[in-house]
Design a protein. Structure first.
Length: 623
């Protein structure tokens, strides 16, 4: 592909991204204007009411404020690190919602507590004096701005490594390779060893394709370790904070020094200890910097400041800037792995930095534009993921249809298949659970490791590893839920819970508890997930087992596994309409979370009109 054609395709990506931006912004603004607070709370985009907690300046000199959710704690929310939020006041009923005239940024969030970085002191005073306070997500302009800037940068590159990578990725010329001996590791199987070897030999771009349970993270950690035997430092990115946290924790466990830019979502002492903010505040020079900042703030509050005070402020600011830069340089010099999200790679603390190798984990979930943010800082790129699992989240159907959902990883897999290393041995699932996924999505190339191929909870003569419970004719009908714009099937949910009880009884309650037989209940629809959660939470039967039962959407189970997986497919109608169940990659994720038992509840009459579900149903029936 010529340079002109590559730029044309990137320009088209920018056009589709603009469509997504406009659609998401219009939808958000419409919901903000028209949707009531109660519905926003149920959709997970709003907390109301909230209680204001302590405020303080963090190590990055940001004024932060804690807020706590006091109601509806069982509703899964969408707040996450880096997202903008807006505060509002509301007295309830038909009273007007009044938004405060500024936005804040999520610095940390868990289930019921958020730490928010505020733009100014004035905003803080408005918040603490407000009554009937709530907080909701605001439209995220920053991520889009960074992606547009990245696309413009790669399109305008007339020379240098960024231009070369653009032409190689979009072109048909073979990707460069170094000569290097094969890697052998006692902890890896042959296809994992081959993948690590190909990472070392890749000069430009390479893909580690890891189907479910094949040890992609293990392979990637080894590849990073081997790379650091040849290079001083690497950049490791992923689309989500959760994915960055996961790979970072595994790298720390392997003995590598990691500097995590951006706060982690799974907070524990180990995770916090390698964040940039924590390392910064733990530096020996930080107390001196903190005292300087405090003195600057106190002097700035004085009215009618004299020239000598102003000069002193400027002197302190200069010294504070020098200290900040010195601490920053030392932190980056001490750590071999720099880890952040793709958009986080545009952080000011990474300004001017360049890396020989960039690793992008879960690359199949990232928009291409987001990948280019990080690629602009690197000389070569290693992508890891599985384009047969969860795709990027795109809200504009037309943009997705025209190709925005085609990821950079897919582009490379299609255009440069020689650069792809497929992991082919899975260590998670019983063979009968794995087989359909392998045949349908991976050409039958994925095989079960002997240690797991026959793993079961109950003997084969009394139980099958895979069961489809057909809800047709059982009055299990779907309903449209106005509040969430989703679907729910309460009778199917009730049936799902009853079948789980029956299975626990079959296994034996004592054995379930003693052997910690863990269960995941998955539904593609949030309304169904929330209904099942409420039912399980309120049912005394599950009290001894609640720590063993997780209920979530398909996206919420990405990267996880359980002994038993129960899937509620919800859709049941006379027209054979199955909505986004047509995205078969999500079904691939749901089915492959199970280690030993997979139970699918679904209306076969509705679902099997689609050829995928017909094949799945028939394959289970033939067992």
């Amino acid at each position: 592909m010529s340079a002109t054609k590559a730029i044309q395709e990137l320009s088209r990506q920018a056009m589709l991204l603009r469509m997504e931006y406009e659609a998401e912004k219009d939808s958000f603004m419409k919901h903000t204007r028209e949707m009531g607070v109660a519905r926003k709370v149920r959709r997970g985009m709003c907390w109301y009411p909230v209680k204001v907690g302590q405020s303080y300046y963090n190590s990055l000199n940001q004024l932060v404020l804690e807020v706590h959710r006091t109601q509806d704690q069982d509703i899964e929310h969408s707040f996450e690190y880096g997202r903008p939020v807006t505060f509002f006041t509301w007295k309830g009923g038909d009273s007007e919602v009044r938004f405060l005239p500024f936005t804040a940024t999520v610095s940390y969030v868990d289930e019921d507590r958020m730490v928010l970085a505020l733009p100014q002191r004035r905003g803080f005073m408005e918040i603490v004096s407000a009554e009937n306070l709530g907080v909701q997500l605001y439209f995220d302009e920053t991520s889009y701005r960074l992606m547009f800037e990245a696309l413009n940068k790669v399109m305008s590159a007339g020379k240098g490594r960024l231009m070369e990578l653009r032409e190689l990725i979009y072109g048909s010329s073979p990707l460069g390779r170094h000569s290097a001996p094969a890697i052998h590791s006692p902890g890896l199987n042959p296809t994992q060893e081959q993948a690590v070897t190909e990472v070392i030999r890749a000069k430009d771009v390479m893909v580690v394709h890891g189907p479910p349970g094949t040890g992609k993270t293990t392979t990637l950690v080894e590849a990073i370790y081997e790379t650091l035997r040849r290079e001083c430092q690497v950049l490791v990115c992923a689309q989500s904070n959760m994915a960055v946290d996961w790979i970072s924790e595994k790298l720390v466990d392997s003995g590598l020094s990691v500097l995590r830019v951006g706060n982690p979502t799974r907070v524990n002492d180990k995770m916090l200890s390698f964040t940039y903010e924590q390392m910064f505040s733990g530096h020996p020079d930080y107390p001196q910097l903190w005292n300087l900042r405090k003195a600057i703030r106190e002097m700035q509050k004085r009215k009618g400041k004299s020239d000598s005070v102003r000069k002193k402020i400027e002197s302190y600011k200069l010294r504070a800037t020098e200290l900040e830069q010195s601490i920053r340089e030392q932190l980056f010099a001490q750590n071999r792995v720099i880890a952040c999200t793709l958009t986080g790679s545009a952080s000011k603390v990474l300004d001017g930095m360049r890396f020989s190798t960039l690793f992008i984990d879960e690359a199949a979930q990232a928009l291409e534009a987001a990948c280019w943010i990080a690629i602009s800082k690197a000389d070569r790129v290693i992508l890891a993921g599985d384009h047969q699992q969860l795709p990027p989240t795109i809200k504009c159907f037309e943009a997705a249809r025209q190709g925005l959902d085609k990821t950079l990883m897919e582009r490379i897999v299609e255009g440069h298949p020689e650069s792809v290393s497929l992991l082919q041995v899975q260590y998670r699932m019983n063979e009968k659970i794995m087989r359909f996924s392998s045949d349908y999505f991976y050409g039958g190339k994925v095989q079960s490791a002997p240690a797991v191929s026959s793993r079961v909870i109950l003997d084969a003569d009394i139980d099958s590893p895979v069961t489809w419970i057909d809800t047709a004719g059982l009055d299990c009908n779907e309903q449209f839920v106005q509040e969430t714009f989703g679907r729910i099937n309460k009778p199917e949910a009730d049936l799902c819970i009853q079948h789980l009880k029956d299975y626990f009884l079959k296994v034996g309650h004592k054995r379930v508890l003693e052997e910690h037989v863990d269960v995941g209940i998955i539904s593609p629809y949030k309304a169904q997930v929330q209904y099942i959660r409420q039912r399980v939470k309120s049912d005394p039967y599950f009290k001894p087992f609640r720590h063993l039962v997780t209920i979530n959407t398909v996206d919420g189970f990405q990267g996880q596994e359980r002994d038993v997986i129960v899937i509620s497919l919800v859709r049941a109608n006379e027209n054979g309409e199955i909505g986004f169940l047509r995205d078969l990659r999500r079904m691939n994720v749901a089915m492959t979370r199970a280690r030993m038992k997979l139970i699918i509840l679904g209306n076969a009459s509705t679902l099997t009109r689609h050829p995928f579900y017909r094949k799945l149903y028939d394959s289970i029936a033939s067992e």
